[in-house]
Design a protein around this ligand. Structure first.
Ligand SMILES: Cc1cc2nc3c(=O)[nH]c(=O)nc-3n(C[C@H](O)[C@H](O)[C@H](O)COP(=O)(O)OP(=O)(O)OC[C@H]3O[C@@H](n4cnc5c(N)ncnc54)[C@H](O)[C@@H]3O)c2cc1C
Length: 388
């Protein structure tokens, strides 16, 4: 990173995040991966370091940073542990709908707790039968007096069992398809709001991913985000445009963390009477990986800067950075396992966890096939003379 290209706050944030990642996250990453438990001690350290509300406006207690600030922190956390990186980033995913479309009252109600690290928030869009096609969701929210009654199930809710708030998308008008979807903030403890199955995952094991059951869950009308029905799908899509660089930054962090370990290992490991990194075949792999990581990082930062500039057309570049960085991450982490030889395949070294953690970045917040669809759709529209 060429520090002159970043603000003083961004360099400071990156440094603070790196220190916390190295001192607090890295030493316990394997422990929580094996236990598949949420690392509350890490959450407390993030809170104590004042990093919980990096992306939240200052007027609501946050640091007032943009997507680039968020990405810098997520990359550093993920370099030490991909699960801890997403455990942090999911709070941005869950709270972006409030920041983007919440009323002043709603922002005042929910953002300060998140910014202070007192409250965590999740994002409930996907359902069992509605993944890539999220607009086909069936969870219902029916108006009843001055409240809404939610019924249905949400699947793959990252952080759901540890979060105090959950941004839940539900259908208020089944006749309008995706235009009949609305977003609600549901608070933990609301009757009818239940945590279901905990997924047993390949990677990011320290962050719980759960099913959410909504069983006549009554929320006040005041929890309808933006105060208008039918805006939910649009709010979700705008949120994903802003959040995808965060997943991409997680991917870059994982790739960089894996390369760091591979650099160290190939320098120490001796075969044929010399260090493995003295072979040209290995050096070329290291050079290719470093180049791919830097290219991915620069695209993530370009996308984040574009979003932070307030530019209207962010969908394509956001999808591009997610696509590229996560594919690079999968390739680099797999190649780093290769550089550890047989030891890379075993749990004696932390490298295999990087490969496991990287895989999900190609799947969530829209699979990489879906990113290609999004990019192609924009390309074709541009070619036909429309806006990107
Ligand atoms: C660990 C984890 C955490 C998650 N966290 C969250 C979360 O916090 N909140 C949330 O709302 N969701 C979350 N998700 C859900 C995630 O976003 C979805 O899994 C993802 O969008 C894909 O949906 P699906 O799993 O139903 O796959 P499907 O949509 O069933 O896709 C199956 C396959 O078909 C491909 N495919 C589908 N449609 C097309 C198409 N039109 N063209 C080409 N290929 C296509 C897909 O790319 C995929 O390879 C999480 C998922 C996981 C596994």
């Amino acid at each position: 990173m060429i520090e002159e290209l970043y603000t003083k706050q961004q360099v400071d944030l990156r440094n603070r995040a790196r220190e916390l990642a190295e001192n607090v996250m890295r030493p316990v990453a394997a422990k929580y991966d094996v236990a598949q438990e949420y690392p509350w001690e890490v959450q407390k350290a993030i809170k104590d370091a004042g990093l919980s509300g990096v992306w939240i406006p200052k007027e609501y207690g946050g640091l007032g940073g943009g997507v680039l600030d968020l990405c810098l922190v997520v990359e550093e956390f993920s370099r030490a542990c991909g699960g801890m990186g997403v455990g942090f980033a999911v709070n941005a995913l869950g709270s972006f709908p409030i920041i983007i479309s919440g009323s002043d009252d709603q922002k005042e109600r929910w953002l300060p707790g998140i910014a202070a690290g007192e409250k965590l928030i999740a994002f409930g869009l996907s359902e069992k039968m509605a993944g890539s096609d999220a607009g086909s969701m069936v969870t219902r929210a029916e108006k009843d007096g001055d409240s809404y009654v939610l019924n249905g199930e949400k699947k793959w809710n990252t952080g759901g069992s540890v979060a105090s708030y959950n941004t839940i998308f539900a259908v208020t008008n089944p006749e309008r398809g995706a235009r009949g979807v609305s977003a609600f903030v549901v608070e933990e403890g609301t009757p009818g709001y239940k945590i279901g199955k905990h997924e047993d995952k390949m990677g990011i094991r320290c962050v719980p991913v759960v099913e959410i059951h909504l069983d006549n869950c009554r929320v006040p009308e005041a929890n309808l985000l933006g105060g208008r029905e039918g805006q939910g799908f649009k709010q979700a899509m705008i949120t994903l445009d802003r959040a995808r660089p965060g997943v991409a930054a997680q991917a870059v962090g994982l790739a960089q963390g894996a390369l760091d370990l591979a650099m160290e290992y190939t320098g120490e490991r001796q075969q044929f009477g010399q260090s493995v990194n003295s072979f040209q075949g290995i050096q070329w792999m290291l050079a290719d990986m470093a180049t791919q990581i830097e290219a991915a990082r620069q695209l993530v930062h370009a996308a984040a800067r574009t979003i932070d500039s307030g530019h209207k057309n962010i969908t394509k570049i956001s999808a591009m950075c997610k696509l590229m960085a996560t594919d690079v991450s999968m390739k680099v982490t797999t190649d780093c396992v290769q550089l550890f030889g047989g030891y890379g395949y075993c749990k004696d070294y932390p490298i295999e966890k990087y490969m496991r953690d990287a895989k999900i970045t190609q799947i969530y917040e829209g699979t990489n096939q879906v990113q290609r669809l999004v990019i192609a759709r924009k390309l074709l529209r541009e070619a036909a003379g429309g806006a990107s």
